[in-house]
Design a protein around this ligand. Structure first.
Ligand code: NDP
Length: 236
């Protein structure tokens, strides 16, 4: 089904965010992406923003609103890892990951909520991770930021659920992007053995779920955590 709704995807220049932006374009949405570097896919408007900077996020929204109109769907996708064992983790390793992954979602969704409240319609989609509920040695910063998104989404559902706004979490497992390419090969092989599907997913397999959550078909789904993980996190 084609729609002209306006979407903003953070971190839309590469990886999962780029695939999400491409899917929205293919389905007829008007799509903007934020990027610190590079450009979004063809057919998107690229605006510069670092999600750790509230003023930059505000300016990016203002630019998109001027060009495309009020943002109706926001996908908080921008994220980073800084993996190391707790004993070696610095204050900065912890703070920078939480400020990007969880704080970034806060800044972006807070700014987006203004227009959504006015329109009494909105879709908030937060890209978490299987690791947020499953846990992962060497990722206490990342996992804490990703499980934080679940509490965020469920609280926002209670705040804004009666205003036509849904908030959901999409929790990917292992997806073929720069983030997982950085893992050593034996670690990748070990992960693959523990995934019931026996493989990693493509970014587009996450994107299809995100566009579905944004669609009218998912109007009554809110506060949900939707896994896209080949069965890795079953039961969590
Ligand atoms: P990539 O490393 O390929 O891309 C990360 C994206 O986030 C880039 O667009 C990057 O922009 C952007 N970004 C990072 N920090 C900031 C910042 N401070 N401000 C603005 N943008 C920023 O990651 P993936 O595509 O793999 O991951 C996307 C999301 O999916 C992340 O939230 C990640 O945690 C999550 N995820 C990924 C999984 C995977 O297996 N790949 C599994 C589960 C969840 P720039 O190019 O400018 O650095």
């Amino acid at each position: 089904m084609s729609t002209e709704r306006v979407v903003l995807v953070t971190g839309g220049n590469r990886g999962i965010g780029r695939a999400i932006a491409e899917r929205f374009v293919a389905e007829g949405y008007r799509v903007a992406v934020t990027a610190r570097s590079g450009e979004g896919p063809e057919g998107t408007l690229t605006v510069r923003a670092d999600v750790t900077d509230a003023a930059a996020v505000d300016a990016a929204f203002t630019e998109v609103e001027a060009a495309l109109g009020p943002i109706e769907i926001v996908v908080a996708n921008a994220g980073v890892t800084k993996d190391t064992l707790l004993m070696r983790m610095t204050e900065d390793d912890f703070d920078s990951v939480v400020s990007t992954n969880l704080g970034g979602a806060f800044r972006v969704v807070k700014r987006a909520s203004k227009g959504m409240l006015r329109a009494r319609w909105g879709r908030v989609i937060l890209i978490s991770s299987v690791v947020g509920l499953y846990g992962s040695a060497g990722q206490v910063n990342y996992a804490a930021s990703k499980s934080g998104l679940v509490g965020f989404a469920r609280s926002l559902t209670r705040e804004l659920g009666a205003r036509g706004i849904t908030t959901n979490v999409v929790a990917p497992g292992f997806i073929e992007t720069d983030m997982t390419a950085a893992l050593p090969e034996d670690t990748q092989a070990e992960y693959k053995r523990s995934i019931p599907a026996g493989r990693f997913a493509t970014p587009d397999e996450v994107a299809g779920v995100v566009t579905w959550v944004a669609s009218d078909a998912a109007a009554y789904i809110s506060g949900a955590v939707i896994p896209v993980d080949g069965g890795l996190g079953m039961g969590h």
